[in-house]
Design a protein. Structure first.
Length: 202
Protein backbone atom coordinates (compact mmCIF):
# COMPACT_ATOMS: atom_id res chain seq x y z
CA UNK A 1 0.00 0.00 0.00
CA UNK A 2 2.80 2.40 0.87
CA UNK A 3 4.65 1.67 -2.39
CA UNK A 4 1.52 2.34 -4.47
CA UNK A 5 1.04 5.78 -2.91
CA UNK A 6 4.62 6.70 -3.70
CA UNK A 7 4.15 5.73 -7.32
CA UNK A 8 1.01 7.84 -7.62
CA UNK A 9 2.83 10.81 -6.14
CA UNK A 10 5.69 10.39 -8.60
CA UNK A 11 3.24 10.25 -11.52
CA UNK A 12 1.46 13.41 -10.33
CA UNK A 13 4.70 15.35 -9.99
CA UNK A 14 5.77 14.16 -13.44
CA UNK A 15 2.49 15.35 -14.95
CA UNK A 16 2.85 18.75 -13.29
CA UNK A 17 6.42 19.06 -14.62
CA UNK A 18 5.29 18.14 -18.14
CA UNK A 19 2.45 20.67 -18.01
CA UNK A 20 4.83 23.43 -16.89
CA UNK A 21 7.22 22.53 -19.71
CA UNK A 22 4.40 22.57 -22.28
CA UNK A 23 3.26 25.97 -21.01
CA UNK A 24 6.79 27.35 -21.42
CA UNK A 25 6.97 25.96 -24.96
CA UNK A 26 3.59 27.49 -25.82
CA UNK A 27 4.65 30.88 -24.44
CA UNK A 28 7.84 30.82 -26.50
CA UNK A 29 5.92 29.85 -29.65
CA UNK A 30 3.39 32.63 -29.08
CA UNK A 31 6.23 35.13 -28.56
CA UNK A 32 7.92 33.97 -31.77
CA UNK A 33 4.73 34.16 -33.86
CA UNK A 34 3.94 37.61 -32.44
CA UNK A 35 7.43 38.77 -33.43
CA UNK A 36 6.88 37.49 -36.99
CA UNK A 37 3.48 39.20 -37.24
CA UNK A 38 4.82 42.50 -35.90
CA UNK A 39 7.76 42.46 -38.33
CA UNK A 40 5.46 41.69 -41.28
CA UNK A 41 3.06 44.46 -40.27
CA UNK A 42 5.86 47.05 -40.03
CA UNK A 43 7.11 46.17 -43.53
CA UNK A 44 3.55 46.29 -44.90
CA UNK A 45 2.93 49.73 -43.39
CA UNK A 46 6.23 51.05 -44.78
CA UNK A 47 5.31 49.71 -48.24
CA UNK A 48 1.87 51.32 -48.08
CA UNK A 49 3.36 54.65 -47.02
CA UNK A 50 5.78 54.52 -49.98
CA UNK A 51 2.96 53.89 -52.45
CA UNK A 52 0.60 56.49 -51.04
CA UNK A 53 3.00 59.35 -50.42
CA UNK A 54 5.11 59.32 -53.61
CA UNK A 55 4.28 61.09 -56.87
CA UNK A 56 5.99 61.20 -60.25
CA UNK A 57 7.18 64.37 -61.98
CA UNK A 58 9.27 64.77 -65.14
CA UNK A 59 12.23 66.84 -66.24
CA UNK A 60 11.89 67.28 -69.99
CA UNK A 61 14.90 68.18 -72.13
CA UNK A 62 14.60 69.18 -75.78
CA UNK A 63 16.75 70.42 -78.60
CA UNK A 64 14.84 73.60 -79.34
CA UNK A 65 15.53 75.11 -82.79
CA UNK A 66 17.01 78.56 -82.16
CA UNK A 67 20.25 80.49 -82.64
CA UNK A 68 21.24 79.91 -79.01
CA UNK A 69 20.53 76.18 -79.32
CA UNK A 70 22.64 75.96 -82.46
CA UNK A 71 25.48 77.77 -80.66
CA UNK A 72 25.30 75.46 -77.62
CA UNK A 73 25.21 72.36 -79.80
CA UNK A 74 28.05 73.47 -82.11
CA UNK A 75 30.44 74.99 -79.57
CA UNK A 76 29.80 72.89 -76.47
CA UNK A 77 28.39 69.74 -78.02
CA UNK A 78 25.24 69.88 -75.89
CA UNK A 79 22.61 67.50 -77.18
CA UNK A 80 19.75 69.20 -75.31
CA UNK A 81 19.35 72.95 -75.15
CA UNK A 82 16.02 73.56 -73.38
CA UNK A 83 14.64 72.32 -70.03
CA UNK A 84 11.07 72.14 -68.72
CA UNK A 85 9.33 70.61 -65.73
CA UNK A 86 6.11 68.62 -65.80
CA UNK A 87 3.98 67.63 -62.81
CA UNK A 88 2.10 64.79 -64.50
CA UNK A 89 3.51 61.52 -65.78
CA UNK A 90 1.93 61.99 -69.23
CA UNK A 91 3.87 65.21 -69.94
CA UNK A 92 0.67 66.98 -71.00
CA UNK A 93 1.67 70.42 -69.68
CA UNK A 94 5.21 71.64 -69.06
CA UNK A 95 6.53 74.82 -67.46
CA UNK A 96 9.67 76.72 -68.36
CA UNK A 97 11.15 80.03 -69.55
CA UNK A 98 11.84 81.18 -73.09
CA UNK A 99 12.91 84.51 -74.53
CA UNK A 100 9.39 85.89 -73.86
CA UNK A 101 9.47 84.96 -70.17
CA UNK A 102 7.60 82.33 -68.18
CA UNK A 103 5.75 79.91 -70.46
CA UNK A 104 3.57 76.81 -70.49
CA UNK A 105 4.44 74.21 -73.12
CA UNK A 106 2.83 71.13 -74.68
CA UNK A 107 3.97 68.36 -77.00
CA UNK A 108 1.89 69.85 -79.82
CA UNK A 109 3.67 73.18 -79.31
CA UNK A 110 7.03 71.44 -79.62
CA UNK A 111 5.93 69.85 -82.87
CA UNK A 112 4.78 73.21 -84.27
CA UNK A 113 8.20 74.69 -83.49
CA UNK A 114 10.06 71.84 -85.14
CA UNK A 115 11.40 70.08 -82.05
CA UNK A 116 12.63 66.66 -83.16
CA UNK A 117 14.79 65.52 -80.25
CA UNK A 118 13.67 65.27 -76.61
CA UNK A 119 14.12 63.12 -73.51
CA UNK A 120 12.15 62.85 -70.27
CA UNK A 121 13.53 61.94 -66.84
CA UNK A 122 10.97 60.77 -64.31
CA UNK A 123 11.55 61.63 -60.67
CA UNK A 124 9.80 60.23 -57.60
CA UNK A 125 9.04 62.94 -55.03
CA UNK A 126 7.24 62.96 -51.71
CA UNK A 127 3.69 64.21 -51.41
CA UNK A 128 4.93 67.25 -49.47
CA UNK A 129 7.55 68.13 -52.11
CA UNK A 130 4.95 67.74 -54.86
CA UNK A 131 2.60 70.12 -53.08
CA UNK A 132 5.38 72.70 -52.70
CA UNK A 133 6.17 72.37 -56.42
CA UNK A 134 2.52 72.95 -57.29
CA UNK A 135 2.36 76.05 -55.09
CA UNK A 136 5.53 77.53 -56.59
CA UNK A 137 4.38 76.94 -60.17
CA UNK A 138 0.96 78.44 -59.40
CA UNK A 139 2.74 81.59 -58.20
CA UNK A 140 4.59 81.80 -61.51
CA UNK A 141 1.37 81.22 -63.48
CA UNK A 142 -0.59 83.85 -61.53
CA UNK A 143 2.22 86.44 -61.82
CA UNK A 144 3.67 85.46 -65.18
CA UNK A 145 3.75 89.07 -66.41
CA UNK A 146 6.23 89.94 -63.63
CA UNK A 147 8.90 87.48 -64.81
CA UNK A 148 11.44 87.92 -67.60
CA UNK A 149 13.96 85.82 -69.45
CA UNK A 150 17.53 86.17 -68.18
CA UNK A 151 19.80 86.44 -71.23
CA UNK A 152 22.67 87.76 -69.11
CA UNK A 153 22.17 84.79 -66.78
CA UNK A 154 22.86 82.38 -69.63
CA UNK A 155 26.09 84.23 -70.46
CA UNK A 156 27.31 84.05 -66.86
CA UNK A 157 26.34 80.38 -66.72
CA UNK A 158 28.53 79.61 -69.73
CA UNK A 159 31.55 81.10 -67.95
CA UNK A 160 30.67 79.36 -64.65
CA UNK A 161 29.87 82.52 -62.69
CA UNK A 162 26.80 82.34 -60.41
CA UNK A 163 24.41 85.17 -61.24
CA UNK A 164 20.86 85.67 -60.07
CA UNK A 165 18.61 88.62 -60.87
CA UNK A 166 15.27 89.01 -59.15
CA UNK A 167 12.36 87.63 -61.24
CA UNK A 168 14.67 86.81 -64.14
CA UNK A 169 15.29 83.19 -65.20
CA UNK A 170 16.50 81.08 -68.06
CA UNK A 171 14.91 77.67 -68.59
CA UNK A 172 17.26 75.31 -66.75
CA UNK A 173 17.83 77.79 -63.91
CA UNK A 174 14.07 77.91 -63.32
CA UNK A 175 13.73 74.11 -63.31
CA UNK A 176 16.72 73.63 -61.01
CA UNK A 177 15.62 76.31 -58.54
CA UNK A 178 12.06 75.10 -57.98
CA UNK A 179 13.27 71.50 -57.67
CA UNK A 180 15.78 72.52 -55.02
CA UNK A 181 13.49 74.90 -53.10
CA UNK A 182 10.68 72.34 -52.96
CA UNK A 183 13.02 69.62 -51.68
CA UNK A 184 12.37 67.42 -54.71
CA UNK A 185 16.00 67.17 -55.83
CA UNK A 186 19.40 67.80 -54.28
CA UNK A 187 21.49 69.80 -56.74
CA UNK A 188 25.18 69.38 -57.51
CA UNK A 189 25.65 73.08 -58.27
CA UNK A 190 23.78 76.36 -57.88
CA UNK A 191 20.59 76.73 -59.95
CA UNK A 192 22.09 79.64 -61.90
CA UNK A 193 24.90 77.32 -63.07
CA UNK A 194 22.59 74.69 -64.54
CA UNK A 195 22.36 74.21 -68.29
CA UNK A 196 19.85 71.69 -69.70
CA UNK A 197 22.47 69.02 -70.33
CA UNK A 198 23.52 69.09 -66.66
CA UNK A 199 20.30 67.29 -65.70
CA UNK A 200 21.44 64.20 -67.60
CA UNK A 201 24.19 63.69 -65.02
CA UNK A 202 22.38 64.84 -61.87
Amino acid sequence: MYDIQLNRQDVGESMITNCEYMMQVMQRLLTFFWFLYDTFEQHSQARRRTIIFMKTISIVLTNYPSHLSSFMETVYGYEYTHASICLDAMNEKMYSFNYKGFCMETVSKYKRHGVEKSISFQLQVTDAAFERLQNKIEQFVENREDFCYSSIGVVFCFVHIPFKRKKHYFCSQFVAEILAESGALKLKRRPSLYLPNHFTGN
